[in-house]
Design a protein around this ligand. Structure first.
Ligand SMILES: Cc1cc2nc3c(=O)[nH]c(=O)nc-3n(C[C@H](O)[C@H](O)[C@H](O)COP(=O)(O)OP(=O)(O)OC[C@H]3O[C@@H](n4cnc5c(N)ncnc54)[C@H](O)[C@@H]3O)c2cc1C
Ligand code: SF4
Ligand code: SF4
Length: 450
């Protein structure tokens, strides 16, 4: 039986589900108003997908430099309780009075004792592919997902640990504790904000013609983000998986899984045009003489500064743009180069061009880990693509059909970081209206920061 903890506070606050940039922003905004926030993240660290990115379009700012201070702020905020490596196991009640049960998975490391020194990982004999690096690097069976992880507490990956106990023996802090069990935590809150983000489209299953998973030099956009990242598995060197060579001819292929009713999703993923433009620019900065080409259906440069970003890529960095859907990618078995076959819709000709590396712009789908509220009798509506629906897109974009439950970030639909953050602030504001009108939270409001 899991241990049980009751943290039903006299002061009702808000549960934020998902610790990506949207969840972090919503938590900070609510906490700054004086409300108690429980930020629940299923992974060992908060940060979400933004932590995996190198730079952000269209400004080319360093992603970690923006995100890390926010992660630290959330972890140190007196009104925010981070509940990581945990998931919601049930929700009942109504706006102003929700009962939320969470299950905290055992890390087998005591958070209050672990100093994050990493001695345990250095001695651990087990290496497994690092999911944070999209499997391009390795981590140990006791690990932190990435160096700036918050919290910095190490976690034992129970699926791969061989129970040799070396980590326990070398830990000077006495932090390793294999007796830990799952802990159930009961919370009583006034509002809930859902920010469970996205998964990448399953390209292997649906687009066998593009060779992903078959040819080493066909990689995903998120793998490319890890390759060009100075703290990534190659320390920022763009190299081919097949032979470690630095590629000069790189193709970026957009709309993989997006805008394809037949095999993929009918919607536009909204970020791929700009992130492939960003990565094409960055590849010219990383590799001398690099010749990047972007294959696109339409170029959607709708945001502030996006059109200028696209034009700069073309004019100042020599990025080539080809309007055409790619039909097939094949491999030269000797050189492991790739042949990209596409119809150039501007000229009506079929092109076959050779590249040393191909990067597929995977579309974004609703997270498979997003809670299914219907099993708790709360019918929070989702759209036909699995994203949570807002009750009225034009005027109530973050309200779900259930009063007191709000949605923001990509859990509501594909969007970039600035839009996720704006929506998160909106969700925090909407939740604060419920929290401040609930009798049980009046005490909390009195404690707002001066
Ligand atoms: C290759 C690539 C490049 C990109 N480049 C850019 C860029 O340059 N600029 C830009 O603006 N945008 C970019 N984006 C988009 C950007 O990543 C998203 O806008 C942003 O990450 C959305 O944040 P989020 O918090 O909504 O979701 P996420 O980052 O997906 O975070 C969701 C969090 O919720 C957690 N979670 C999920 N389910 C549960 C659950 N049941 N319980 C608890 N926690 C849960 C997840 O573990 C995760 O931590 C890029 C995207 C990709 C794929
Ligand atoms: S578990 Fe112990 S050895 Fe490992 S990082 Fe924490 S304090 Fe260091
Ligand atoms: S007990 Fe598990 S985590 Fe610890 S060192 Fe051995 S394999 Fe690694």
């Amino acid at each position: 039986m899991p241990k049980q903890e009751d943290r039903s506070a006299s002061e009702k606050g808000c549960v934020v589900i998902g610790g990506g940039i949207a969840g972090i922003q919503a938590s900070i905004d609510l906490a700054d108003q004086g409300f108690k926030v429980y930020l629940v993240e299923r992974q060992p660290s908060i940060g979400g997908h933004m932590a995996q990115l190198d730079k952000t379009f269209p400004t080319l700012d360093c992603s970690a430099c923006i995100l890390t201070p926010k992660m630290v702020e959330a972890s140190r905020h007196k009104n925010i309780e981070l509940i990581t490596y945990s998931e919601v196991s049930s929700i009942s009640g109504e706006a102003g009075n929700f009962k939320v049960r969470l299950t905290e998975k055992p890390r087998y490391v005591k958070r209050e004792k672990c100093t994050g020194c990493g001695t345990c990982a250095r001695h651990c004999p087990v290496e497994v592919p690092n999911e944070f690096d999209m499997g391009l690097g390795v981590r140990k069976a006791i690990y932190v997902p990435f160096p700036q992880a918050v919290p910095s507490t190490y976690t034992v990956d129970a699926d791969h640990c061989i129970k040799c106990k070396l980590c326990e023996n070398v830990c000077q802090a006495g932090a390793v504790d294999f007796s830990q069990k799952p802990v159930e935590v009961d919370l009583n809150v006034g509002a809930i904000i859902v920010c469970t983000g996205f998964d990448l489209f399953d390209v292997k299953e649906h687009y066998k013609n593009l060779g992903y998973g078959k040819y080493d030099n066909v990689i995903s956009s998120l793998e490319f983000e890890r390759l060009i990242n100075a703290s990534g598995p190659t320390s920022g060197r763009i190299i081919r998986q097949s032979d470690g060579r630095v590629p000069k001819r790189i193709a970026f292929v957009n709309c993989i899984g997006s805008r394809d009713e037949r095999k993929g999703a009918n919607y536009c993923s909204r970020v791929c045009c700009m992130y492939s433009t960003k990565n094409a620019i960055l590849s010219t900065e990383h590799v001398e003489g690099c010749e990047p080409t972007i294959y696109f259906i339409d170029l959607r440069a709708f945001g502030k500064g996006f059109e200028e970003f696209y034009r700069t890529a073309e004019k100042s960095y020599g990025v080539k743009f080809v309007k055409g859907r790619v039909g097939e990618i094949s491999q030269d078995p000797e050189t492991r180069n790739l042949f990209v076959r596409a119809e150039d819709t501007a000229t009506g000709t079929i092109l076959t061009n050779e590249y040393e590396l191909v990067v597929l712009s995977f579309g974004l789908t609703a997270s498979k880990q997003a809670p299914d509220f219907s099993k708790w009798g709360l019918n929070v509506l989702k759209d036909r693509n699995g994203f949570y629906s807002s009750v009225e897109a034009a005027t109530l974009p973050v309200d779900t059909n259930i009063k007191g439950i709000y949605v923001c970030g990509i859990a509501e639909g594909p969007k970039d970081i600035p839009d996720s953050v704006a929506q998160a602030s909106a969700a925090a504001m909407r939740a604060s209206l419920i929290l401040s009108s609930s009798d049980a939270t009046r005490a909390t409001i009195m404690k707002r920061r001066p």
